[in-house]
Design a protein around this ligand. Structure first.
Ligand SMILES: Cc1cc2nc3c(=O)[nH]c(=O)nc-3n(C[C@H](O)[C@H](O)[C@H](O)COP(=O)(O)OP(=O)(O)OC[C@H]3O[C@@H](n4cnc5c(N)ncnc54)[C@H](O)[C@@H]3O)c2cc1C
Length: 220
């Protein structure tokens, strides 16, 4: 089996390095010191195609393979891109957009993925709760369907991109009565978030936003 990189992959890696060194890395320090999200870098990452790199072209992505996507992350780090911005990129592209692409309905894919892929919208994924981190089965957030809307009740914590997100994938539990004898199960719903963010102070990754979220309402 041949494990070497293709010429295209290596050439793209060089392009990413050059782009990130020139256009993204120089703003890292000031944004880190000021704990400020770097919207200009976000826009440029979107224009370069990085925010939707691995997503299919039919949804506005670049259709890149997994190796190219991983090499791109490595090149961004090598170029000196801030770890907080990388965290925002990861939560946006892999936790939010990927989940919608893999588990979402056709309508959700068409509605959310093109705008996430371009960076026009920011995405987040809310799983962790104040009383449940590693123990996913312990999450308490519940949903109720009211007409064509879902109303969520609960709190989330440590949600990267939470206060700046346009789209959120939120994990909730289904009542036991809905799933029979299997007990509560975790499902995810995607929608436009309405958050009440509380800012947490951080000593690292200060450029990405990581709030506590409570009392959210989501549209399906
Ligand atoms: C920078 C950052 C960004 C994050 N972004 C997101 C995000 O975007 N979305 C999101 O949903 N969450 C996010 N999180 C939350 C993260 O996923 C949780 O912190 C993680 O799941 C751990 O949960 P916890 O902090 O409650 O720790 P706990 O679950 O309380 O665990 C504490 C310690 O106990 C250990 N432990 C736990 N259970 C057991 C067990 N049964 N046996 C042995 N050891 C155990 C753990 O390994 C850990 O060392 C983020 C966290 C950080 C730090």
């Amino acid at each position: 089996m041949d494990f070497s990189f293709t010429e295209e992959q290596l050439a793209f890696r060089e392009q990413v390095l050059t782009f990130a060194r020139k256009e993204i890395a120089p703003r890292a320090q000031v944004h880190d010191l000021e704990s400020r999200f770097d919207w200009e870098s976000w826009k440029r990452l979107g224009e370069f195609g990085i925010l939707g790199l691995h997503l299919p072209e039919e949804y506005g992505g670049s259709g890149a393979d997994v190796v190219t996507t991983v090499m791109t992350g490595e090149a961004l780090a090598e170029a000196g891109v801030d770890g907080g911005l990388m965290l925002s990129y990861g939560a946006h592209s892999f936790l939010c957009a990927d989940t919608i692409f893999t588990h979402g309905t056709q309508d959700q894919k068409e509605k959310y993925i093109p705008k996430l892929a371009s960076g026009q919208w920011v995405g987040c994924m809310g799983l962790t709760e104040p009383g449940a981190g590693s123990n996913v089965a312990g999450i308490k957030t519940r949903y109720e369907k009211r007409g064509d809307r879902y109303v969520l009740n609960g709190s989330k914590i440590f949600i990267t991109n939470g206060p700046i997100a346009d789209v959120a994938v939120i994990s909730v539990t289904i009542p036991v009565s809905t799933v029979g004898r299997l007990g509560d199960r975790v499902v995810t719903v995607a929608g436009s978030p309405y958050f009440l963010p509380i800012r947490l102070s951080k000593r690292f990754f200060r450029l990405s936003r990581l709030p506590t979220l409570s009392g959210k309402f989501l549209n399906p």
